[in-house]
Design a protein around this ligand. Structure first.
Ligand code: TXA
Ligand code: MG
Length: 322
């Protein structure tokens, strides 16, 4: 908490130069992707990587996603199976992360993979591939929030928990998807969905021509960051609520119930019941009600299909006892 955090509009002509300068010095910059804002550091630089864990207050066992400029850069870092290659070619740049065996001599700082034999790679939309290309290095970036808190979908939201802890934030406005990338790993039986996200299971199995397995609790292949309590606002969260109880904050989906007048405050993820719109608004809604003024939050039911699987996954973690 001892530095000035500068803020530049993404379309400022200096923005990318400045981001590259900060990263090359081993310092940190928050950058928008199509999912959420990432807290970026040079993945080959120990000072930068340690700085990410420090700024986030993240448990060090939790490995970081590396963002690449191109498939070629990704293949220098990890070994792609034929199916991994198909997924990268179909969905990159885009909201899909692949967990793959790390290549010997990849040059990643060991803290990035937190001792695992695998690395999580993704090529996002937005300025990160160009930044990684100019650096000629992979960029490690978790979501740009303090550990355990709601992921940021705007620059304001980044500054809420990281102001004074990072050198720069590039402001590209609200992100398109509003939920973190889908994570896919591979075990002996084939592809496994480690974290649901904007690329839904049906998209993956259509491209691969076979079903994608579910993550097994406690299996060797898991996304260690999938702690049961995550995205936690200050107050308690009640899910699948038909209506707000007196004094609760209300997060609606679809038409609001008449009892919304009992709510202490209210927002709606998508009055017309659209899952994409709801995903894009989810973290902003949780963030709006994240504070001592909002001790109890109730959330309307959201269908557990398509993108609703990822939305319910994040809500379940926001509601988990802690
Ligand atoms: O959309 C996103 O994925 C955003 C943007 C910034 O790219 N990033 C993001 O990162 O959500 P983070 O650090 O908040 O979540 C990364 C997840 C964690 O659950 C972590 O445990 C998992 O990826 N992960 C990273 N490396 C892994 C590995 N080698 N094996 C399994 N899981 C891994
Ligand atoms: Mg996160």
């Amino acid at each position: 908490m001892n530095q000035t955090t500068h803020r530049l509009a993404l379309d400022d002509p200096q923005a990318l130069d400045e981001a590259v300068r900060v990263l090359a010095a081993g310092d940190l910059v928050a950058v928008p992707t199509e999912t959420v804002y990432g807290l970026c550091g040079d993945a080959t630089n120990g000072r930068a990587v340690a700085g990410i864990f420090d700024a986030k207050g993240r448990p060090s066992f939790n490995p970081l996603i590396c963002h690449v400029a191109s498939l070629a850069m990704a293949q220098r870092l990890a070994v792609f199976s034929p199916e991994a290659l198909i997924l990268a070619e179909r969905f990159w740049p885009g909201p899909l992360t692949l967990v793959l065996p790390v290549r010997a001599g990849a040059g990643l700082h060991p803290l990035v993979v937190a001792g695992l034999p695998t690395v999580a790679l993704r090529m996002p939309r937005g300025p990160l591939p160009e930044i990684a290309g100019r650096m000629d290095r992979p960029i490690a970036a978790p979501s740009a929030n303090r550990s355990g808190r709601v992921s940021p979908t705007t620059a304001e939201h980044v500054l809420r928990t990281l102001d004074g802890r990072i050198a720069l934030v590039l402001d590209g406005g609200p992100t398109a998807h509003g939920l973190e990338s889908t994570i896919v790993g591979f075990d002996a039986d084939g592809p496994v969905l480690l974290r649901p996200g904007p690329v839904v299971a049906a998209d993956l199995s259509e491209v691969l021509g076979r079903a994608v397995g579910e993550r097994k609790e406690g299996s060797a292949l898991s996304a260690p960051g999938q702690l049961s309590s995550h995205y936690a606002p200050h107050g308690t969260v009640r899910l699948d609520a038909e209506r707000p109880l007196s004094g609760e904050c209300w997060i609606g989906f679809g038409p609001d119930p008449a009892e919304i007048t009992d709510a202490a405050a209210a927002t709606n993820l998508s009055p017309r019941g659209d899952l994409r719109e709801a995903a894009a608004h989810l973290f902003a809604a949780l963030s709006r009600f994240d504070g001592p003024d909002f001790p109890r939050i109730a959330v309307a039911p959201i269908p557990r299909e398509g993108l609703g699987v990822a939305i319910n996954d994040r809500l379940k973690r926001a509601a988990a006892a802690r």
